[in-house]
Design a protein around this ligand. Sequence first.
Ligand code: GDD
Length: 338
Amino acid sequence: VTGQDGSYLAELLLEKGYEVHGMVRRSSTEKRERIEHLNGNEHFHLHYGDLADSMSIVRLVSTIRPDEIYNLAAMSHVKVSFDTPEYTANADGLGVLRILEAVRLLNLIPKTRIYQASTSELYGLVQEVPQKETTPFYPRSPYAVAKLYGYWITVNYREAYKMHASNGILFNHESPLRGETFVTRKVTRAVSRIALGMQKKVYMGNLSSKRDWGHAKDYVRAMYAILQQDEPSDFVIATGITTTIRDFLKMAFAEIGVEIIFKGENVNEVAVLNYIDEKVFIERVGEAYLDNLRKRIGDEVVGVDPQYFRPTEVDLLIGDATKARTRLGWEPKFDLAA
Ligand code: GDD
């Protein structure tokens, strides 16, 4: 519940009058900023637990006897999964099984509905454009391979035991609460720091990959809608718009009135500061910072560092959410500019 989606979903469910029980993993540096504002809400309860620890899952499911379980717990960073593949398999793959088994063994199948956070990373080396529920999967990272198990074990428990268990195949979803090492926050933070003179340049990985980005707030509404269906099923949640990382950088700088131009190729690709729309810059950032940035026209503000490349990349994601639109009545409310 301490993640981006967990905190937005907790807010949504509290608004709807739910009693919300959130699981928190114990660590020496617990990060709870995203749910701090819910502290003291009498309908919001926190519990220690860990997807890698069956006992804790059984304890929580048996004491809470939930109507709905949203499994948003995961080691969710694709690049990091190459460095921690076994841990990722345990949490993101077997963790799903532990929840499903807990519900089954505690005889809660008739009561408890389960949402599994599946991902567009399952499409990996895409077999079809755009990707929809019937598109074959081709995972490209230890993270995606673990999530593949999570997806199919959810389908299997639904079919084998008639569980109300569903997958949301969510494409990238972002917000101000997104972790700072994911590309959108990395870029928006860097643009701010460059504008304020706190940083000279940002080093990126693959600038050519394309993502279908939505807003996390829209996406937690879809999770909720999926569990309100009479019949469990799997749904793609996406905007249908795809953008390169390169264009995302351009758009982020444009927000503060700065135009950047890309030059060079591969590891030698850079972006230079080309032009400042001073009116926009003053409005968005402040006059005090303008002189400093003016001196930087012609400077490189974006570079490439191969340390951010992934051994196998997912080049293109673009989702077709027709099923969600028609069956759930789901529409994204935010667009990229919001
Ligand atoms: N993080 C990061 N940092 N990504 C970069 C960088 C960089 O410096 N430079 C380029 N990229 C590219 C990545 O190679 C990738 O193609 C794209 O930016 C998006 O990377 P992330 O924001 O890290 O997200 P992701 O697409 O790998 O995965 C996210 O979305 C999935 C849904 O499709 C995660 O939230 C996953 O958990 C989620 O399943």
